[in-house]
Write a protein that binds this ligand. Sequence first.
Ligand SMILES: *Cc1c(COP(=O)(O)O)cnc(C)c1O
Length: 226
Amino acid sequence: MDVASNLADIQEKIRQACERAGRNPEEVNIIAVTKYVTIERAKEAIDAGIRHLGENRAEGLNEKFEQLSQTATWHFIGTLQSRKVKEIIDQVAVIHSLDRLSLAKEIQKRTSKKMPCFIQVNISEENTKHGLLKKDVLPFIEQLGNYPNIEVIGLMTMAPFVEDEAILRKTFRSLRELRDQIRSKSYAHAPCNYLSMGMSNDYQIAVEEGATHVRIGSKLVGESNR
Ligand SMILES: *Cc1c(COP(=O)(O)O)cnc(C)c1O
C-alpha cells in the first residue's frame, strides 16, 4: 500500500478512537517510524503530509537527516547510548528514551538549548525492556531539575507484545495516571503534558487512553525496504 492510503486509514481510526474517548484528534501527533525503510519511502511519507519522523538508531537518523532535514521534525525513539548523543543531538527535536542520569548528563553537556525529552517507563516491568520502573520515575524527574537543558515534556512506554486488549489498556492507563501525578506537581523543568505510546498494533487503544504521540512504523510506511 502507498503511504498516503495507510495514513488516511490510520487518521480515520484515530478519529474514531478519539470520538470513543471524547478527545480532539488534533491532540494526537503521528510519528512515522522509518527505521525499517529506505529514504525514498520516508520521502513518500513526507509527501503524504507526515511531518514527524522517528528513528531508533544514530546511523539511520544521520543518513535520512542528510536527505530530508528541511522537511521533517525528527524524533529519537530508541535506546540511546551516551556515546551516541553527540551524533544525534543537533538533528533531533525530541528524545523519547531518557531513562538514566548518565544520559541526562551527556545531553546536558552536548547541547546549549533546551532539549524536549520523554522519560521512558517500563510499565509492564518486563526485564527485557528499557526504561525506569514506575516507582523510580518521580525521584528521577526531581533530579533532572539539576540539568537545565533538559525539559521533561512527557512519558513514553512500549506495551508488552500481547494481543490481550485488557493488558494493553492497563499499561497505557497506568502511564497516563503517572503522567497526571507528575503534571500536578507543576515542576518548571517538567511540564509533562504528553504521552508517547501506541505502535502499529495497539495505537487505537493508546489513543483511547490518552496518547498524544503515536509511533507507527509497519502499518504506515511498511516493515522492510521495498
Ligand atoms: C520500531 C518502533 C516503533 C514502531 O513499531 P511498529 O510496530 O512497526 O509500528 C515504535 N516505537 C519504538 C520505540 C520502536 O522501536
